[in-house]
Design a protein around this ligand. Structure first.
Ligand code: GAL
Length: 542
């Protein structure tokens, strides 16, 4: 957790008014890479299994490739004793949990722990009494000190089945857990919130990563849902904090082309990379995919950012992000065919952010392709992906999608089907909606009406600064108002915008001045509803 509460409090004060700075050297950790016991072994774990998988990370060369965390998930407990301490299931872990962490550390690896924000862990639903009453609620500080100071673990995944059972307010309870971690002597605890949807921007202030969806399993539709979901959460990954797309199901039965897509999409989004299979029993091609050094470099890149969709043709998505330097010559690009038919797509280099000739390096074949300009055409089989590093002369981004903007009040908690969660979050928050009428297939709606319910593009770059024409693509059935501010300065109040329908898109232009380098553009209206927004386009005037 590394004193995130303090660092982030300070960072937020700075971020509110200053544009993005390029770090000279990485000052944050990359997404974690490793293995976790849950997806294959579930609660059937033991010291022998955990240490055996740690050995496999080493013998298969996965540790050398970066997979160094060995994370124990649900299933090591046996209730809580009268002394208040968690009891360990000694049939599985006869030497206790410190001994397991010591064995993992002795192998030069890092050790991960698991708990729940409430009273019971998730497996307690099926496997009683192991997970009953072993969650953190009411024991936050004592449990954290035991796991991280006494036992010496390095990573903490905190689930929420018990939190749901007790109807806890997630923001308050996970913040309390973060405070308990900050009070530990161990200052290097990597903290993962497992709340199965994007919980809200509060999570960025307290955790290193957070799950964004329900559990992954070997099912193409489920994999596709996770990939699509994370495409519009890109604004929340950054500065060492990551959307967690869940464990890797590579080696667990997906087809090779689906594993390529799985790996490429996790890496372009800078997701944690935690393998979920039995390492001693997976196909050779899966081991090779996991060890792909180019994709790992894409995931672990020093900028630590996620990639928005820059081009979409049917069910084929082109995602691109800067690598190594913001607006530097190199970008990572993944073209994913999530459809069930073979597709041919012409990728537009301008949409990727380049002009003129580019070099293209194929991250699956590990070879340069011939240089080209303007565009390149790919034929991709169903469920398959291509991944590239593209290098060339950059142009300023001109189209910014609304769903790729930072929305302070964005949460998916009150979207889901547990009525119990609606109560504490029953306030308007923005929604990302799918529509064929929207560019790239998505737009943002239900903004405005209270102080935090705004949208901001925080990564607007101008090479030289100057005057721009900003075009907002919006829709509003009833007259709506919105204020535009640039770098914290109010620029325009657009009033009485109306388009005659919720999905009737129109455009309005505002003249703005951008400073040289990074800028932020914010749309807000604390008093009433804002229009829905699809995108913002910038054209330089002078
Ligand atoms: C789920 C979680 C899984 C696993 C499981 C353990 O809620 O999403 O990744 O940790 O609980 O019971």
């Amino acid at each position: 957790m590394k004193n995130h509460l303090l660092i982030l409090a300070a960072a937020l004060v700075v971020c509110a008014c200053s544009p993005k700075q390029e770090p000279l050297t990485r000052d944050f950790d990359p997404p974690i890479m490793g293995w976790s016991s849950w997806n294959h072994f579930h609660t059937e774990i033991s010291e022998d299994i955990i240490v055996g998988q740690a050995d496999a990370l080493l013998s298969l060369g996965l540790a050398d490739a970066g997979y160094v965390y060995v994370n124990i998930d649900d299933g090591f407990t046996d209730g809580r004793g009268e002394d208040g301490r968690i009891r360990i299931d000694t049939t599985k872990f006869p030497n206790g949990m410190k001994a397991v962490a010591d064995s993992i550390h002795a192998r030069g690896l890092k050790a991960g722990m698991y708990s729940d924000a409430g009273d019971n862990t998730c497996a307690s639903r099926d496997v009683k009494p192991y997970g009953l009453n072993v969650g953190l609620y009411g024991h936050e500080l004592d449990d954290c000190k035991m796991m991280f100071d006494e036992w010496g673990y390095d990573f903490f995944k905190v689930d929420n089945c018990g939190g749901r059972h007790l109807d806890l307010n997630e923001k308050e309870q996970f913040t309390k857990i973060a405070e308990a971690l900050a009070a530990c002597d161990n200052k290097k605890i990597n903290f993962n919130v497992c709340r199965w949807v994007f919980p809200g921007t509060w999570v960025i202030d307290i955790a290193d990563s957070w799950r964004t969806t329900h559990d992954i399993w070997v099912n193409w539709d489920q994999l596709k849902t996770i990939i699509l979901e994370n495409m519009y959460l890109v604004a929340y990954t950054g500065n060492g904090h990551y959307n967690d797309m869940d464990m890797l199901e590579i080696g667990m039965g997906f087809k090779p082309e689906e594993e390529r897509t799985h790996m490429a999409c996790w890496c372009i989004q800078s997701s944690p990379m935690v393998v979920g299979c039995d390492l001693n029993n997976m196909p050779d091609y899966s081991i090779e995919f996991l060890k792909n050094p180019d994709l790992i470099a894409m995931d672990q890149d020093r900028l630590g950012i996620a990639a928005p969709v820059v081009q979409k043709e049917g069910e084929t998505y082109v995602m691109a992000k800067d690598m190594e330097h913001f607006y530097g010559p190199k970008r990572a690009v993944v073209v994913a065919n999530l459809g069930d038919e073979q597709t041919t797509i012409t990728v537009d280099l301008e949409a990727l952010g380049f002009k003129g000739k580019v070099g293209i390096y194929d991250c699956f074949k590990h070879e340069e392709r011939p240089e080209l300009s303007d565009s390149f055409t790919l034929t991709i089989g169903p469920h398959d992906s291509e991944a590239f590093f593209v290098t060339g002369k950059r142009i300023e981004q001109s189209v910014y999608q609304a769903e790729a903007a930072f929305m302070k009040a964005y949460t998916e908690i009150n979207e889901q089907d547990y009525p119990v969660y609606r109560r504490p979050y029953d306030i308007p928050s923005p929604r990302v909606r799918e529509s064929a009428s929207a560019q790239m297939g998505y737009y943002v709606t239900e903004l405005g009406g209270w102080d935090d319910n705004w949208l901001e593009w925080r990564n607007v770059y101008s090479k030289k600064g100057g005057e721009y024409s900003m075009t907002l693509r919006y829709a509003c059935a009833n007259p709506c108002n919105v204020a535009v501010s640039v770098n914290g300065n109010d620029i325009a109040a657009l009033e009485g915008l109306t388009t005659g329908g919720d999905l009737e898109w129109q455009e309005t232009n505002v003249k703005i001045k951008l400073q040289k380098g990074w800028n932020s553009i914010k749309l807000s209206n604390p008093d009433s509803s804002m229009p829905s927004f699809d995108s913002m386009t910038l054209r330089k005037i002078k």
